[in-house]
Ligand binder design. Sequence first.
Ligand SMILES: Cc1cc2nc3c(=O)[nH]c(=O)nc-3n(C[C@H](O)[C@H](O)[C@H](O)COP(=O)(O)OP(=O)(O)OC[C@H]3O[C@@H](n4cnc5c(N)ncnc54)[C@H](O)[C@@H]3O)c2cc1C
Length: 380
Amino acid sequence: MDIEFTEEQEILRASVGKLLAEVCPQEYVQKCDTEAVPPREAYNSLAEKGWLGLILPEEYGGSDGSTVDLAILLEEAGRHYEELAVWMFRSMVWGAYALLCHGSEKQKSEFLPRIGSGEITVCFGLTEPGSGSDATALTTFAEKKNDHYLINGQKVFTSGMDISDYCLLVARTTKSNRQQEGITNFFIDTKTPGIEIRKIETLGHRGIGTTQVFYNDVKIPLDSVLGEVDNGWKAADQYLWYERLSLSAARYGAACSAFDYALEYAKGREQFGKPIGKFQAISHKLADMKVMLEVSKVLIYKFADQVGKGKATRHDAAILKLYTSEAYKTISDLGLQIYGGYGYCMEYPMQRFFRDSRLSVIGAGSSEIQRNIIAKSLGL
Ligand SMILES: Cc1cc2nc3c(=O)[nH]c(=O)nc-3n(C[C@H](O)[C@H](O)[C@H](O)COP(=O)(O)OP(=O)(O)OC[C@H]3O[C@@H](n4cnc5c(N)ncnc54)[C@H](O)[C@@H]3O)c2cc1C
């Protein structure tokens, strides 16, 4: 199944793919993953070439790219290293897109060009120990004083907080019986006194990983508010389209890469006198993997087009998130099986896809939550 891309989009894909092949080879990815270090050199190289500013308007140093362009960029980055693609997504969506939607002129001019140039990176602090899937049950409180807010509370799984310059922090500003009300978004400096960050050891996504963050009397200026006070959940919901699209594209890219490795291995590895890909048990796995990739691709680029036209629905976003993340998880699992014992060894890449993909069906709205959304839209 071919998706029609414009000539400019084909050029975009080819040029970012070429750059990534140079700055993000597999040995580098392996090193970042095993040593748990962020792919900073690759990130900086992409920033230098202007890719981090893809969706920014020209007045902020960007290239005014579309949602389809964004999906192509993150798909290509995901093919090389999902952790790199997710890092780009955080700055481009929780940073640039959120500021573009709701930032004041001062916030936009101060931060957007710096996000685009890679000078600053951004992370996202929503989840708390008591509020995961039930995200709006959050209790971290930002109390308004005369000339500042005072933040107290605890976040968990703020990925990349330890290496980011700013955090899009979601906090409660008014106690309300309706959970979605009284929530405000803040764009805060991660180095503000009173913030304590502890790294969490995780199964996958080890290059950057995730953290626990404690806010103890953290004093931030009043103009750290992003958008409307007490009406932040509605805004965060708007960013969701870009989040669903970006993560699906990055994971589709990674799934394509896992598939390519598995296919090559099935053609090269011989047992019982022939390549294992000649056994139907293996070739059918690869056929199933290919079907999952094709469906993922159609869903992603259809959704990208809908987001660009302002026609995306919650139902479509849930189908996209559910399908692409489950497909990535299954493809990595089947890929590992095709690799046999070597799939289980750390020196081969398949185990990384297997570990990284496990997050896709948990984070940013688990598969169960996506099924709930789809079921609700069916009137159930
Ligand atoms: C590595 C990693 C990185 C992350 N990065 C970030 C980040 O950068 N920023 C951020 O804010 N958060 C981040 N998260 C948090 C992530 O989005 C949450 O883990 C996720 O939303 C699930 O919340 P929970 O872990 O509290 O699980 P819970 O909500 O406690 O869920 C536990 C289980 O119960 C199921 N469940 C819960 N409610 C229902 C229901 N109503 N119906 C059916 N099943 C249900 C879930 O699907 C899951 O299987 C990250 C998480 C991880 C592990």
